[in-house]
Unconditional design. Structure first.
Length: 638
């Protein structure tokens, strides 16, 4: 059952306003915490388009509503202050009901947690309702030829007066409202069927009246449908607008073929079994011990998923034995659904994969796609398919033997451009996307360019923001099977102010590795420093190597006057635990270092001892000598 929600779209209200806007998020939170549904069934809807809205509302009203041209009297009638944000929210609320109707046609039932804006008339709003989602959605179903005759059952304590008024001359949509006789609105419109309840009606009397009302509605509606449509059988929707757990209005769309009674409906809304999303998180990076940026990103994603209530099994594929596919097709013929290999994939990983609701494929970018370990794993999932051929939307497939898990793809790269992931994304969408046998299995693609910056202290604040957004993505995937645009923007936010300078330092690192005959891993383990070859690269290196924790409120300017291989000046400014640097001369520096460039770089990279070189007068200093002695702590080496 798909549940659509809109509480992520703000309702800006004055302080102490009477409208309880938090009820929408509280309802979603309660549903998630109680595990009443599959976590991945929560969805953020698309907004209703103008064409959708105009099927229920006057063009003049929509124009004035959209551009904030309503009179004060019209706004007071609604009871909410107009704003662009509140209209965006209204669009998404109506869009949620449209999408819930479509989903109900496919699955039998769907829910909009923020629906029920049934007081809106065609040319005016009322009672916290700007536009009427019930009419917008039902007429959208008719326009899309998904339903001809529709039944709306309104179970709110208030009569659906706007719905009744808009549809009073439309025989193709039958309206049934069961509501409080003495409650708002005090001037009632005439629905096709109205059942008014007196104050103090108890649960048993209410349910009996509702059951009888549904039976009467179905009998009358069937008579109407015979005269208004020549296309049997006609899908019939029942649109419930109810008050659930004293928290929020919801709209429930049901395919009539699945409905027996209102008690069956209550069973659908309150399932007895708690549901936990099972996730298999696969890491194919060969690195470990904090060096793997793939692992760093995946750990944050998994943390968010677990915080949202998912059961996550994290597996490092490098620790498993996964033999390559033999290409023998035994898993299709001799042992259908089972590989001939007796390795970790067959005995452990593939069964886990089949039992999972969602799998995370986390891989470093190798030759612009997944690495060989991940590719081997994915190839070994072949037994989930059957050998036969089927055609779908112009493509030929092998049919699924059983349902496969949803997919999240996570990858990192050292290059700065997002486009380095284009080939991987194209491949992933071809295999797992909407036009594949896996039927929209691809839930999210999480890509982090220039990922090397994640472990550099100078970028720790930006890295924390990226990882926090990745953790939030984990929560959103579990609760809604989507990642919000703002969350994805946080993951992909620029971390490096000057990518060209960062890449230049990367070149220096590789040059140093080649010169020293070491690998990048050994470079890090031995604490080797790249050797700057220019004043500008020296500035950038010092910024990256700055240890803010050792600054302790220090405010200082350090001037360097270079001679020798590189001639010129630069200075570093330390303030409030941050550092900046530029070429030129500082005004009133605390410390000035006069040195041949190559001498100072030898000291920086550990080729020479700084104190001994000072005693040998290979360089001179002016100013705060204590600051000179502190540079080892401020920059690691120097």
């Amino acid at each position: 059952m798909k549940i659509f929600f809109t509480d992520t779209f703000t309702i800006p209200l004055p302080e102490n306003h009477s409208f309880p806007k938090d009820k929408y998020s509280l309802l979603r939170q309660r549903i998630v915490e109680a595990r009443l549904i599959q976590p991945g069934d929560l969805r953020i809807p698309r907004p209703a388009a103008d064409d959708d809205i105009l099927r229920a509302h006057d063009p003049d009203y929509l124009q004035r509503l959209q551009h904030g041209k309503l009179t004060e009297k019209e706004i007071r009638r609604v009871g909410l202050p107009w704003s662009p944000e509140i209209f965006i929210r209204a669009r998404h609320s109506a869009g949620a009901t449209i999408e819930a109707c479509r989903s109900a046609l496919n699955e039998g039932i769907a829910v909009n947690l923020g629906g029920g804006t049934h007081h809106a008339f065609s040319d005016l709003g009322q009672g916290y309702c700007w536009i009427n989602d019930s009419v917008i959605a039902t007429r959208a179903m008719q326009a899309e030829d998904l339903a001809r005759c529709i039944l709306i059952i309104d179970c709110d304590v208030h009569q659906g007066n706007g719905t009744a008024a808009i549809l009073k001359n439309d025989p193709s949509i039958f309206t049934f409202s069961i509501h409080g006789k003495n409650n708002f609105p005090f001037h009632k419109e005439k629905s096709d069927l109205d059942v008014e309840l007196v104050d103090g009606t108890d649960d048993a009397a209410y349910l009996e009246a509702l059951d009888k009302g549904i039976i009467r509605s179905l009998e009358n509606f069937k008579k109407v449908s015979i005269h208004t449509s020549n296309k049997p059988p006609i899908p019939l929707f029942m649109h419930f607008i109810a008050f659930l757990s004293q928290l929020s209005f919801i709209s429930i769309m049901l395919d009539s073929k699945r409905i027996k009674s209102v008690r069956f409906i209550r069973y659908l809304i309150y399932p007895k079994k708690e549901v936990t999303m099972k996730i298999l998180a696969l890491n194919s990076s060969p690195r470990a011990n904090g060096q793997s940026k793939t692992e760093i990103m995946l750990n944050s994603l998994v943390e968010g998923m677990r915080a949202a209530g998912a059961e996550v099994e994290a597996v490092s594929l490098g620790e498993k034995t996964i033999k390559p596919c033999a290409g023998c097709f035994s898993c299709w013929t001799k042992t259908p659904g089972t590989s001939i290999h007796k390795d970790d994939m067959t005995q452990e990983l593939f069964p886990q994969w089949l039992e999972s609701d969602l799998v995370v494929y986390a891989t470093p970018l190798y030759h612009y796609t997944v690495n060989s370990v991940m590719k081997a794993f994915i190839e070994r999932t072949l037994p989930v398919l059957e050998p036969f051929f089927i055609a779908k939307d112009g493509r030929t497939f092998h049919p699924l033997r059983q349902q496969a898990p949803k997919v999240v793809l996570l990858s990192v790269a050292g290059f700065p451009e997002d486009s380095v992931f284009d080939q991987l994304s194209s491949w992933a969408n071809f295999i797992f996307g909407s036009n594949s046998i896996y039927e929209k299995a691809l839930v999210a693609e999480i890509y982090r360019p220039m990922a090397e910056a994640l472990t550099i202290p100078y970028f720790q604040e930006k890295a924390a923001g990226v990882l926090a957004a990745t953790q939030q993505a984990g929560r959103e995937i579990v609760t809604s099977l989507t990642v919000a645009e703002e969350t994805m923007a946080g993951i992909k936010q620029p971390m490096v102010e000057d990518p060209a300078a960062f890449l230049e330092l990367g070149n220096l690192m590789w040059q140093t590795c080649i010169a020293e005959g070491i690998t990048p891993r050994e470079f890090g383990e031995k604490g080797v420093m790249p050797r700057p070859d220019s004043i500008n690269s020296y500035i950038e290196l010092m910024k990256l190597g700055f240890n803010a924790g050792s600054a302790n409120g220090l405010e200082a300017k350090i001037q360097f006057n270079f001679s020798g291989e590189q001639q010129g000046s630069c200075f570093l400014s330390i303030t409030d635990g941050s550092i900046t640097g530029r070429q030129g001369s500082a005004i009133k520096p605390n410390l000035t270092v006069n040195t041949p460039f190559e001498v100072w770089i030898d000291i920086l990279t550990g080729k020479s001892d700084g104190q001994q070189m000072f005693l040998d007068q290979k360089y001179t200093v002016e100013g705060d000598l204590a600051l000179l002695m502190q540079m080892d702590q401020l920059f690691g080496k120097g």
